[in-house]
Design a protein around this ligand. Structure first.
Ligand SMILES: Cc1ncc(COP(=O)(O)O)c(C=O)c1O
Length: 378
């Protein structure tokens, strides 16, 4: 027996492919795994030590649902310093991973009959989170650089939320100030909320990250989400957070209190160390990601595969429509080149012509991948 709402939720294609790649590797095949959504670096030592020390000090009990005061304060200071978001510690809620923050924000803001706008190919979990709420998704069109085209066409009386994810998974696109201001204007004109998922904020090249919630008029209609997984290579720790209008946070808190309770206690201490400790490893990870991006984009272009240059995150999203489309090309990559990738269709109807390649893998593996792709194209 399964509820209708659950039955409408699809399996995550990215996790399915990652599991397939792991199995093939275990079977002895030399798979280059470019399907991964996590940094291949280790969590910086001082963060690990902070977590270990917390455990050694006996911090093994419950914390308040919204998190320990020290972490909420550290996050509010970070949001003010780096994002010009003036949330107090009381306005911040810590979650077990940013995914839970996305889920909770969507459940708090959307209900049956409502619509949520996603801008072009979007992270695999947004649509299922919206479906859990009983609302539905409308897909905004984007141009060849994944910038929104005529977003107003997606707005109707049912629209409640526009979801913004910059830098984007899967496209790597970064929305600049003028685009964010257009979204702000739409939100104001139609009395909408914006959920801004900024998890890739620190993995950004040639751009400066801007939080849409900091634009005039957006404070009371934006929920900003972030986390530690990508910037600090902390995917397995499960630590994220969100901030937004008090009324919305009240309901998010209630949902968390009756479901996950809180983020793990010692992990929250590690989060304080991540924010307050040295940031040099973040910078060196980003420098390495940039070098890999350049290598992969240049390699794909040299093979005649059109690919816009991603401004952030650690994915490229080349257009493979001339090579059979995303699904066919991804299958060919796995079968003939032993490269695990994610078909663009996993990210919504606008992704059909694309494939997502993650460059959270070494430069030597990226070079090998380009050589293998060259062979299958011949
Ligand atoms: C766009 C986006 N948002 C949120 C998340 C969730 O991150 P976390 O590991 O903090 O749950 C991910 C992870 O892949 C992501 O790509």
């Amino acid at each position: 027996m399964v509820s209708e709402r659950m039955a409408s939720i699809h399996e995550s294609k990215t996790l399915k492919i990652a599991a397939m790649a792991k199995k093939l590797t275990k079977d002895g095949l030399d798979i280059i795994d470019m399907s991964v959504g996590e940094p291949d670096f280790d969590t910086p030592k001082h963060i690990v030590e902070a977590g270990c020390n917390s455990l050694k000090m006996g911090e093994t009990h419950y914390t308040p649902t919204a998190g320990i005061p020290e972490l909420r304060r550290a996050i509010s200071e970070k949001l003010s310093r780096e994002n010009s978001l003036h949330a107090t510690a009381d306005d911040v809620i810590v979650t077990p991973g940013a995914k839970m923050a996305v889920f909770a924000a969507i459940q708090a803001l959307l209900q049956e009959g409502d619509e949520c706008v996603l801008i072009g190919p979007s992270w695999v979990s947004y649509e299922p989170c919206v479906a859990f709420s009983g609302a539905s998704v409308t897909w905004g069109n984007v141009d060849e650089n994944f910038m929104p085209i005529d977003l107003a066409a997606n707005i109707n009386p049912k629209t409640r939320v526009i979801l913004v994810n910059s830098p984007s998974n899967p496209t790597g696109a970064v929305l600049d100030q003028s685009v964010l201001m257009e979204i702000r204007d739409l939100a104001e004109d139609h009395d909408l909320f914006v959920i801004s998922d900024e998890i890739y904020e620190k993995i950004i090249y040639d751009h400066t990250h801007l939080s849409i919630g900091s634009l005039p008029g957006m404070e009371d209609r934006t929920v900003t989400i972030n986390g530690f997984s990508k910037a600090y290579a902390m995917t397995g720790w499960r630590l994220g957070y969100l901030t937004g209008p008090r009324e919305t946070m009240k309901w998010v808190n209630r949902l968390l209190s009756h479901s996950v309770s809180q983020a793990t206690t010692f992990v929250q201490r590690a989060g304080v160390a991540a924010i307050q400790g040295p940031q040099d490893e973040v910078f060196s990870m980003v420098a390495e990601f940039r070098a890999r991006r350049d290598l992969l984009v240049a390699g794909l272009k040299s093979l005649g595969i059109p690919c816009s240059i991603p401004g952030g995150a650690f994915y490229v999203f080349p257009d493979v429509s001339e090579f059979g489309g995303g699904d066919v090309f991804t299958e060919k990559l796995l079968k003939d080149a032993l490269i695990a990738a994610t078909p663009g269709s996993a990210f919504g109807p606008g992704g059909m012509d694309y494939v997502r390649l993650s460059y959270a893998t070494s430069q030597s593996r990226i070079k090998q991948a380009v050589e293998r792709i060259e062979k299958i194209l011949k």
